[in-house]
Design a protein around this ligand. Structure first.
Ligand code: F6R
Ligand code: MG
Ligand code: MG
Length: 373
């Protein structure tokens, strides 16, 4: 059996400094400490801790496969202790995403988001890891379509014979908890028909069609469906493999030259424009946003993230680049326009989605005053 490597990114809102805008440094330190210990004990090969707004992101590389109870436990324990630290500092929303506090083998369904990918390493395996804050679980539907199915985005679909045959998309129906695989280019229109309905359908995984090589995975946690009410947005993560018969890193990043609208933003109740930013700007300020996206570039090497001479993971902060200034500018413009509409649809999410928020409570008291018209 060939040796396989697994990338796991597991994230959780454990509480924020000053509202819901950023992970405070001491909480990042708790994450670091847990993963360092896990590395020393040989459970993981190496790791990288970062934040997307108020979400603590634990990126781990190991050889235990997907859905491994030990790996999930490591993340869960780190989040529990970071939440305790947040509580001790009276930070805001401490432990917000930990909907269940007794671990039973898998972190999925407990609140934290999780994307994992196990694969046999190629001669060189470039990876892009994405993380979003103030965005719902389908926030990567549109870029995933551009990256793996749109020849106007990905030149390789036209030029590279290794991509002939296209890509297959695993689409999750979050409402009915079922999934379907669609193949592009043949089923491109039907794919858009499904994943354009972002409140319901999420691209969970992508494979290269000709050999089923896994290319991308995303976290599909829908917090409101776990909790039955609004408890914060899903703030998804994604892992994408690049180059040599897969979309180039530049093709993976090209969709982010423009801002696009996602569900989330203030109180998880508004359409908000995505703003791709470097890690230093990964904080949600204006109207608790605009929804931020960060992207990290790395290489997988013999079961770990390739490291420098001191053993530190080599990670490139991909959106820290003037090439994304236009998207940031667009995001500001969309944001200003949408905010001008206040609480009127379509700036505010549809009534169906608002059912999961505190809005119905506001309207409850008028129920008796309605008269038959
Ligand atoms: C969005 C988010 C924030 C809060 C908002 C109100 O995911 O977390 O926009 O919803 O700041 O927060 P509370 O109700 O905690 O004061
Ligand atoms: Mg929060
Ligand atoms: Mg968040």
């Amino acid at each position: 059996m060939a040796r396989k490597t697994t990338i796991s990114i597991i994230k959780c809102d454990v509480g924020s400094l000053a509202g819901h805008h950023i992970v405070a440094k001491p909480l990042m330190t708790v994450g670091e400490r847990h993963l360092k210990k896990a590395q020393e004990k040989g459970h993981i090969n190496n790791y990288y801790v970062f934040n997307a707004g108020d979400d603590l992101e634990l990126l781990m590389v190991h050889e235990k496969g997907e859905d491994d109870p030990k790996i999930h436990q490591i993340a869960f324990d780190a989040f529990m202790n970071a939440s305790k630290k947040a509580q001790s500092l009276k930070l805001y929303g401490a432990g917000q995403d930990l909907l269940k506090t007794a671990f039973s083998g898998n972190i999925r369904g407990m609140g934290p988001g999780c994307a994992e990918m196990e694969f046999e390493e190629r001669a060189s395996d470039p990876i892009v890891v994405f993380a979003a804050d103030k965005a719902s679980s389908s926030a990567f539907n549109l870029p995933m379509f551009h990256i793996f199915a749109d020849p106007f985005n990905t030149a390789g679909l036209v030029i590279d014979p290794q991509m002939a045959g296209g890509f297959k998309f695993d689409v999750l129906d979050m409402k009915k908890n079922r999934s379907v695989v669609l193949k592009c280019p043949e089923e491109m229109y039907e794919l858009i028909a499904l994943i354009g309905t972002t409140p319901r359908y999420t691209v969970a995984r992508v494979w290269r069609a000709r050999d089923d090589l896994v290319c991308a995975t995303t976290s599909t946690t829908k917090l409101s469906l776990i909790a039955g009410k609004y408890v914060g947005k899903d703030d998804p993560v994604a892992i994408v493999r690049a180059q040599n018969g897969l979309p180039a890193v530049g093709e993976i990043l090209a969709p982010f030259m423009h801002s696009y609208l996602v569900e989330g933003w203030m109180r998880g109740s508004h359409w908000g424009p995505t703003m791709p930013v470097g890690l230093k700007d990964s904080k949600c300020t204006v109207f608790d946003g605009p929804p931020r996206l960060v992207a990290l570039g790395l290489q997988i090497c013999d079961g770990q993230i390739a490291v420098d001479d001191e053993g530190k993971p080599l990670v490139s902060d991909l959106f820290e680049d003037p090439a994304f200034d236009m998207a940031r500018r667009e995001a500001q413009e969309y944001a200003a326009n949408l905010r001008r509409m206040g609480e009127f649809e379509p700036a505010r999410l549809s009534a169906e989605t608002m059912e999961y928020t505190t809005l119905p409570k506001v309207l409850e008291k008028f129920e008796k005053r309605f008269k038959k018209a």
